[in-house]
Design a protein around this ligand. Structure first.
Ligand code: FAD
Length: 507
């Protein structure tokens, strides 16, 4: 029988991120993934948000993603609303999707990158971690657990099967999660009614017709193709989402849709299609004993605003360091209990925000006069501009949603803490986050006597870095995920503070 400390079902972005968080801490981790290669046919996520980029920076790979991303941040930070790419502009947002965050607020700007670029990078990162094994061509088919571990049945696409005994298992196996079914968890929530038809097209002749300059998204408001389109690169590859289009109609009309979005006939080759319907769903429970759910396996939201994958990466980070802490002996049971207590409010908030973003799409902005070259056209476009600014700003400027995550219902966070450590630049390019330790960090004013904390940490077996920071007030205990576990002063009972942050007694 094969053994692993943690078996991760699913090597999509969330499963791979979970493995990175575990593998960097030396936890022996097996990722089981059916797809041998990362597919480029469904580049779903394009918005890698500032928080995910901060995690990539912590892992030392933010620059590698930027090097591979076909659209540099400086290339465009705009979203354009227009009747078509060659038609009238209706409205525009600048500094969208975390691409130009306010100076100092975070350690990294966001990055536009097709999901496959991120997945390919994460596969490479996992491949470089000695503790991780990525087993492609295999899928999880069943699991059972008792108090000692989880028995996971794994089937190979070559007809072989094997059993893996793991201390813990994490279901990152997406919307049709086998792990979710195996632990008897269910999605609760709704499906949207409107179908959407996604496509990847190659249209090298399109750029010269684009009247609005570079943008990361073009929302097209015309009756033939109310849609959303954006470049995958600068060489003629595009993603398109046609709103309200069923699968069959999409296949039948694909060329006509692309022409209408472009506003001129373009010689476009449809490379792949991806019909989807938005869902607002959250599992009734993300944990059963030693088995956890993360990412799309646990929650689904409409893609508007670009939150699904990023929220899943947040799950992976939260769960990854906690599982590692427990397996390395310094984390107590409260840490694992805190996973759901911390992530569920975030997931609920994201689902609500994404649902709000979906309330106004191109289909809802149609007006017969939008493309007229006369006063009626000007009036219609001015009205559309006002409506777009009123209804869509929150979708493109959502840094509060992304960064202001406070774990105030967490059992491992003290009153008045739980927030993400406020970011600061210590020198050009040198983030406060770069100086945090891999596990816990005590941030304290220079000269603070931290002996009680270092002694308590040693006793518990947890690595504690003491960071004396000029200008800091009081003491902050910062977790591996850069959230503040506790705020206080040197009078505090260091042992009690650490015990709570570490999830109570070690088992
Ligand atoms: C049109 C669209 C646009 C989007 N844009 C964005 C965006 O801009 N930003 C954003 O954050 N999110 C976006 N999303 C959401 C994003 O694509 C998902 O949230 C993300 O893929 C979730 O990652 P995951 O790893 O949880 O699941 P998945 O990507 O679904 O990965 C699950 C993995 O599990 C594997 N698997 C399946 N069954 C098994 C099994 N039995 N055993 C083992 N492995 C299994 C699969 O092969 C797959 O690799 C978008 C979604 C859509 C539809």
């Amino acid at each position: 029988m094969d053994r692993a400390q943690v078996l991760v079902a699913g090597g999509g972005p969330v499963g791979l991120a979970t493995a990175v968080e575990l593998g960097r801490r030396g936890i022996d981790c097996l990722v089981v993934e059916p797809r041998r290669e990362v597919s480029r046919s469904r580049p779903r996520c394009k918005t890698v948000n500032v928080r995910t980029m901060e995690h990539l920076r912590r892992w030392g790979v933010a620059d590698r993603l930027r090097e591979r991303a076909p659209l540099p941040v400086a290339w465009s930070q705009d979203v354009v609303f227009c009747t078509s790419l060659a038609g009238h502009e209706l409205s525009r947002f600048h500094g969208v999707l975390g691409l130009a965050p306010e100076e100092g607020r975070c350690a990294e700007p966001g990055q536009q990158a097709p999901q496959y670029v991120l997945e390919e990078l994460l596969r490479d990162v996992v491949g470089g971690l000695d503790a991780c094994t990525l087993l492609t061509g295999h899928r999880v088919v069943a699991l059972t657990q008792d108090e000692d571990g989880v028995r996971v049945e794994v089937a190979g696409d070559d007809g072989t099967s094997r059993t893996v005994l793991a201390d813990y298992a994490v279901g990152c196996d997406g919307p049709r999660s086998v792990v979710r079914a195996q632990i008897g968890a269910d999605y609760l929530g709704e499906h949207a009614l409107r179908p959407n038809f996604g496509m990847v097209v190659r249209a090298p002749g399109l750029w010269p017709h684009v009247r609005h300059g570079p943008a990361v998204q073009y929302w097209t408001v015309n009756p033939v193709a109310p849609a959303l389109m954006g470049p995958l690169d600068r060489d003629g590859m595009w993603w398109v989402i046609a709103f309200g289009v069923e699968r069959d109609a999409g296949h039948a009309r694909a060329g006509a849709i692309v022409d209408a979005v472009a506003g001129v006939p373009v010689d476009a080759e449809v490379l792949s299609t991806d019909p989807w319907t938005a869902r607002m769903q959250l599992v009734d429970t993300a944990r059963r004993g030693r088995v956890f759910l993360a990412g799309d396996a646990a929650h689904l939201n409409p893609p508007f605003g670009g939150h699904g994958l990023n929220t899943g990466i947040g799950d992976a980070v939260d769960l990854g360091w906690k599982l590692a802490a427990v397996l390395r002996g310094w984390g107590g049971p409260g840490l694992l209990a805190s996973y759901e207590a911390e992530r569920r409010p975030v997931q609920e908030r994201v689902i609500r925000a994404a649902e709000d973003n979906m309330k106004t799409l191109s289909t809802d902005l149609l007006d017969d006069d939008l493309d007229r070259d006369d006063a009626a056209g000007d009036r219609a476009r001015a009205a559309a501009h006002r409506r777009i600014q009123e209804t869509k700003a929150a979708e493109f400027h959502a840094l509060d949603l992304v960064l202001d995550v406070v774990h105030d219902r967490s059992p491992v966070v003290a009153d008045g803490a739980g927030d993400r450590l406020p970011h600061a630049w210590l020198a050009p390019g040198h983030s406060l986050y770069d100086d945090l330790g891999p596990e816990l960090t005590l941030v304290a004013p220079p000269g603070t006597d931290a002996t009680a904390f270092t002694a308590a940490a040693r006793e518990r077996g947890v690595d504690l870095r003491v960071l004396h920071r000029p200008g800091s007030e009081g003491l902050l205990l910062v977790r591996p995920d850069q959230h503040v576990a506790w705020r206080g002063d040197t009078d505090a009972d260091a042992g009690a503070v650490l015990a709570r942050a570490c999830g109570g007694a070690c088992d």
